[in-house]
Design a protein around this ligand. Structure first.
Ligand code: SF4
Length: 66
């Protein structure tokens, strides 16, 4: 299991994470990416997707910690 977080203060709203891992990240009314409710802890395929998004985020504001 790994914990997924987005630092909304750093997020530049380019939607890369929501496009890369739409089952884990969503854009909300504040214009920022958020972890979808219930997806804060991921494993297996979802963990891989979260890591892909973490690597793709241009400002490194996604953290995936095991
Ligand atoms: S990829 Fe990073 S900067 Fe882009 S929307 Fe997601 S969290 Fe924000």
């Amino acid at each position: 299991m790994a914990h997924v977080e987005v630092d909304q203060d750093t997020c530049i709203s380019d939607q890369v994470c929501a496009a890369t891992a739409p089952e884990i990240f969503e854009m909300r009314d504040d214009g920022k990416a958020h972890v979808i409710e219930g997806k804060e802890e991921v494993e297996g395929e979802e963990l891989e997707m979260a890591r892909e998004a973490e690597a793709a985020c241009p400002v490194d504001c996604i953290t995936v910690e095991e």
